[in-house]
Design a protein around this ligand. Structure first.
Ligand code: UDX
Length: 453
């Protein structure tokens, strides 16, 4: 065990699953580099300390429970968490700062999720250096910086009639790829993005889960526009040899032995992240489209992702028969292991950033069905910039689903996409190897942290 370098990092993750995974992953990377790690976390979606015995954990009272959270959409929950956490977070950090000295290692700095607006101002008051962790990609962050221009040009709030139009100021984006703004309450989204830019400008630097080769031009634009150091250390999960699941949902590892029985590159893996929700009608279309595709499939159906968790058991027998044998449905999968499995030929995804980066890391072509937030931007880059996947254009209906899956798994276009995906996989691997760009960015991050007086 390399001795703790007597520097302690305070990490403050956002409780959304994709964000929590990224911060805990960063904690494991920095722990392995000799830092002591303290996780300050909300009670809402609290992480399980037993998965990280080397970390200290400190909870703050946000006063949000699942029933209150279930009445809000993602943006509403983001806004509520930001309001409810500011005071208890400051109290907690003040207590940690005042307990320094004695046997507690001095605080090197705070690293907080960029979706909290108050962290850098609190850290400044308590004379603690503050970095922010950005769990989405550079392209989406750059979109956030030009949102006022998009608003001024009338692209947002998106008018349905213009959704297929190109965003001339930011090719190859289409209007529909821009994060949706509720026309009834546009100020909610504008405030979220304004706060994001402000907290980054207030910080001593941004740790971002991407890599230079993947998003070079957007990273260059961000460095220019925001004038703070950026540390692209992605795909960060590649730095962690063992990554205990930090998901609140238990992983169903039986699916790996099911995959072992499938032909190479034959399986479509289907998962829409930890937040997306579907109607029963949409679930039926997905199921029948998978059945019609005639490809084996591994489908993640999170219990809370559909209003009626028993929908499958209540489904008509003919439909269950269509699924039998050809597919496997699990509540939560060991996704990184699944994407690395030789039987997996494509990934039908909502284009969340972590899923996108994990698919790139394993060279798995993607079928993109973005739903909200940064997913539209991520999906556009997958299909039009990196060209390692396709959009599920034409809507969520069985014939279209089956056709799109065959396009990726059984046609020439899919083979060309796979070749490009494997080239990008190699670039991701080189990036995190010693001497690679992400490895160097991690070294630079550690020097930056140790330079704080
Ligand atoms: C949220 C937003 O939806 C997304 O747009 C944003 O980019 C990040 O925050 P989420 O919806 O959870 O993220 O999607 P994603 O970013 O893809 O993260 C999902 C994580 O859960 C991934 O790390 C994935 O490996 C993991 N996962 C998903 C599992 O481990 N098992 C599963 O069955 C499904």
């Amino acid at each position: 065990m390399n001795p703790r370098n007597n520097h302690r990092l305070i990490l403050f993750p956002h409780p959304f699953q994709g964000h929590m995974n990224s911060m805990l992953q960063l904690g494991r990377i920095l722990y392995a580099r000799g830092f002591s790690i303290t996780i300050v976390h909300t009670n809402f979606n609290a992480p399980d300390p037993s998965s990280h015995p080397n970390f200290a954990f400190q909870s703050i009272t946000d006063g949000i429970d699942q029933s209150e959270a279930s009445t809000l959409d993602t943006r509403g929950l983001l806004a509520l968490l930001d309001v409810r956490c500011a005071v208890p977070f400051e109290e907690c950090l003040r207590e940690i700062v005042s307990s320094q000295g004695g046997d507690a290692a001095p605080i090197a700095c705070l690293i907080s999720d960029s979706m909290f607006s108050f962290t850098c101002s609190v850290a400044q008051r308590l004379k603690v250096h503050a970095l922010v962790l950005r769990t989405a990609g550079a392209a989406f962050l750059y979109i956030a910086t030009i949102f006022p221009v998009l608003k001024e040009k009338g692209y947002v709030p998106v008018l349905g009639s213009r959704s297929e139009e190109a965003v001339k100021e930011f090719p190859p984006l289409l209007v529909k790829d821009i994060p949706a703004v509720d026309p009834q309450k546009p100020e909610v989204m504008f405030r979220i993005l304004d706060n994001l830019i402000a907290v980054i400008k207030d910080s001593s630097g941004v740790i971002i889960n991407t890599f230079e080769e993947l998003e070079h031009s957007d990273l260059a634009s961000l460095r220019e526009v925001l004038s703070v150091p950026f540390f692209p250390i992605g795909p960060s999960h590649r730095f962690c040899v063992t990554s205990p699941s930090s998901s609140s949902q238990a992983e169903d590892t039986d699916c790996i032995s099911w995959l072992d029985k499938q032909p190479p590159k034959s399986v479509i893996y289907v998962s829409f992240g930890s937040l997306a929700a579907m109607s029963e009608a949409e679930m039926l279309e997905i199921a029948l489209g998978l059945a019609d595709s005639e490809q084996p499939f591994l489908w993640v159906v999170r219990p809370r992702s559909v209003r009626d968790p028993e929908w499958l058991e209540k489904s008509p027998s003919h439909f269950l028969k269509a699924l039998e044998g050809r597919g496997k449905i699990v509540k939560w999968a060991p996704q990184k292991e699944v994407l690395a499995h030789p039987a997996v030929g494509a990934f039908w995804t909502h284009s969340g950033w972590n899923s996108t980066l994990e698919s790139i890391s394993e060279g798995v072509p993607m079928l993109c069905m973005p739903r909200f937030a940064d997913q539209g931007v991520n999906a556009r880059y997958v299909s039009d910039v990196w060209r390692i996947g396709v959009h599920l254009n034409g809507g969520l209906e069985r014939e279209n689903i089956a056709r799109s899956i065959k396009r990726l798994l059984a046609e020439r276009e899919g083979a060309e996409i796979r070749e490009r995906a494997l080239v990008l996989k190699e670039k991701a691997s080189i990036s995190v190897r010693q001497g690679g760009p992400s490895y160097q960015a991690l070294d630079a991050l550690i020097s930056h942290i140790l330079s704080f007086k």
